[in-house]
Design a protein around this ligand. Structure first.
Ligand SMILES: [Zn+2]
Length: 75
């Protein structure tokens, strides 16, 4: 029971910050088919900007955690 709880906690707790680049599991359905987005707002909801077309998408944190594949840190 406790172990299950800890696993869920880890999924929620991805290490990302404002202005990080995130690679999503699915490409944006735009001309560029970019999978890379920049995090432009972190709150109860998360806003990400497609690096291909510049469109902004809003996701709940839960959705974001499900759809994000990896985080690429800006140096
Ligand atoms: Zn796009």
């Amino acid at each position: 029971m406790l172990q299950l709880f800890m696993k869920e906690e880890m999924v929620e707790n991805k290490d990302y910050e404002l202005n990080d680049i995130v690679e999503m599991r699915k490409p944006h359905p735009c001309v560029s088919k970019s999978k890379q987005f920049e995090i432009i707002r972190l709150g109860a909801d998360i806003k990400i900007k497609c690096l291909g077309c510049g469109n902004v998408i809003m996701l709940s944190r839960e959705d974001f955690n499900k759809k994000a594949k990896k985080i690429i840190k800006k140096q």
